[in-house]
Design a protein around this ligand. Sequence first.
Ligand SMILES: [Zn+2]
Length: 104
Amino acid sequence: MFITVVYHEHEPSEVFGDFDSQEAATQWATNHASADAWEVKEIKPTRQHCLNAQKEYCKQTGAPHFAPYDGICYHCRKDIVTGYEEKWSGLITGCPKCYQSYCD
Ligand SMILES: [Zn+2]
């Protein structure tokens, strides 16, 4: 989740991403870059990464998309992405701040 490839052959280094897994990133790098010119790195996800990850999770698992599409809680109007980035790769069923459930 949230993996990128940094390609060092050019200056400044180019960043490619986003890959779901270390394997996917390594595969990409192997196909596109000369050996030793790249490294695979975990990156800190942005809000958009998180929102996309939730959509992707629901698409892949067939789970209903309970989370607000803009990452702002319907109930308390707070940003529920920032500080809770890791949660977005799994199903969001409620607000981590006001604890309102989105499944009711
Ligand atoms: Zn809330």
